[in-house]
Write a protein of this length. Structure first.
Length: 143
């Protein structure tokens, strides 16, 4: 998996992905390995993560993330859906592009939802969800 080593959001999620994929996937910043892949322009590494399989297959963006899960047999259907269901591919690509275009904001949201340490995430999102449910319940009772 090749990612942007200058991107805080990318580095955060690579640490999380490592916990999921284990030793089956090697993660490297493109700044260290781009020269090894002369057929891939550096701009392509900057715009999305790349999963480069040992057989030479290259997966980009959301499918690169899905294939890392696939290798660990966590959620095989994600990669399978990406290649077989056009609606899922479009949805994944649009969501991935939105996140890529808003990395700084998404990094702040990630930290608020999971904490600053990606190796030991905290379930802060549960507290936000509970708070939202309490507000909605209070409003329905009051109205």
């Amino acid at each position: 998996m090749v990612f942007d080593g200058n991107c805080g959001f990318c580095k955060y999620w690579v640490i999380r992905w490592k916990k999921i994929s284990g030793l089956g996937v090697d993660y490297k910043p493109y700044q260290e390995v781009a020269a090894n892949f002369k057929d891939i322009e550096e701009d392509h590494f900057k715009e999305a993560v790349r999963y480069i399989d040992v057989d030479g297959s290259i997966y980009n963006g959301p499918d690169a993330a899905y294939i890392t899960y696939f290798n660990k047999n966590q959620v095989k259907f994600l990669h399978q859906w990406y290649v077989s269901k056009p609606w899922f591919k479009v949805l994944s690509d649009v969501a991935y592009q939105f996140v890529a275009d808003n990395r700084n904001t998404m990094s702040k949201i990630t930290i608020r939802l999971f904490g600053k340490n990606p190796a030991n995430p905290k379930p802060y999102w549960k507290y936000y969800l509970l708070g939202l449910m309490l507000i909605i319940t209070s409003l329905t009772i009051l109205l």
